[in-house]
Design a protein around this ligand. Structure first.
Ligand code: OKP
Ligand code: ZN
Length: 343
């Protein structure tokens, strides 16, 4: 399997994060991608390609144009304002306020375009976001050209980013971008299978009223897990999208056997849907030792995920999302891919 990777991810580094009242170094750090790349090499998964540059048109097919145009301006505006530290929002237009008026100050704009303070900017962030987007589209092209699968080693991740918002370490929704790109290239039906520990609220929002992209999410129950305000089982899509969104919220402590039942059900739905291509939002923060998550999957379980997905017999694009146990992140992410190839 070919991997697409860009070293530009590394410029998104040193960003800070608010956790339980303290500001700490971000969990979403460059070593994540480097450990995965090292494992791709040591396991001889296949060649590692550099991405090619793409215009932002494909991003604007799933995100609002004003949101995409805002992203490259964040760091320059934050610098201009003379603010210290990482660029992050502190005020949001929640219930009882005006969500329709775009303010002019950079810190306020960050609130307008976000769900939380978890997607923070440093100097190299925009270039990293753009490279992650290019990685996704380049890998999508590899599968379109006839390969059975490809691995988009995206960083930063994307599944919390919605049509006009960032959050949860995510800026551009790479999985949504490639799913839409496949539609625009002629695929009639695309399935997105999100196995990250956290609910892919952005992906769900983007496709919620559509029947041409089936969205399946396996994740920690939002009653107790981030992103808290989306991801319940009764969210099944709306309008013509009704019945084309499926959530599998699971309790903290969920082990492989239980998690695998949800995977099995989700894979059956992908098969019944008649998808032309599957996009896997590949998070490995379901791992028992993940520092911010509560499931109990073991390293030996990840190849089984890949093998089950392979059984669908469909062109498959793996898009990297979360996973914060950096020592094992390569073993687990590449484990899914070798499991896919061995099936
Ligand atoms: C992004 B992805 C950490 C707080 C976590 C944000 C989590 C974002 C996860 N103590 N807040 O889905 O892996
Ligand atoms: Zn996650």
């Amino acid at each position: 399997m070919k991997t697409v990777f860009s070293p530009l991810h590394a410029g998104h580094s040193g960003q800070m994060e608010l956790v339980a009242g303290a500001i700490v170094p971000g969990f979403e750090k460059p070593s994540r991608a480097e450990y995965i790349k090292a494992r791709v090499e040591s396991e001889k998964l296949g060649p590692i390609l550099a991405p090619t540059e793409h215009s932002l048109d494909a991003a604007k097919r799933v995100h609002r144009a004003d949101y995409i145009d805002f992203l490259p301006t964040v760091w320059p505006l934050w610098q201009e304002a003379g603010f210290p530290g990482s660029a992050m929002p502190f005020t949001w237009p929640t219930r009882g306020m005006r969500g329709d008026v775009r303010p002019s100050r950079i810190d306020a704009l960050l609130g307008y375009y976000s769900i939380d303070a978890g997607a923070t900017f440093v100097e190299g962030t925009w270039k990293a976001i753009k490279s992650s987007y290019d990685v996704g589209l380049t890998a999508a092209e590899v599968v379109k050209a006839g390969e059975r699968s490809a691995f988009a080693l995206c960083r930063p991740p994307g599944h919390h980013a919605g049509s006009a918002f960032m959050g949860g370490y995510c800026f551009i929704n790479n999985a949504a971008v490639v799913a839409q790109w496949y539609r625009d290239q002629g695929a009639a039906r695309v399935a997105i299978l999100d196995v990250d520990y956290h609910h892919g609220n952005g992906t769900q929002e983007i496709f919620y009223e559509r029947d041409d992209v089936l969205v399946l999410n396996l994740h920690g129950d939002p009653m107790t897990e981030y992103p808290f305000f989306l991801g319940h089982a009764d969210e099944r899509g709306a309008g013509k999208g009704e019945g084309f969104n499926h959530n599998y919220p699971m309790a903290p402590g969920t082990p492989w056997d239980k998690w695998n039942e949800a995977l099995e059900d989700a894979c059956k739905k992908v098969a019944a849907y008649g998808a032309d291509v599957v996009v896997v939002s590949l998070g490995v923060d379901t791992f028992e030792k993940d520092p911010i998550s509560q499931f109990k999957l073991k390293s030996e379980d990840y190849p089984k995920i890949g093998a089950r997905i392979a059984k669908l017999g469909l062109p498959t694009l793996f898009v990297m999302e979360g996973g914060y146990a950096v020592e094992e992140i390569g073993i687990n992410a590449v484990g899914v891919l070798t499991g896919f190839e061995g099936a």
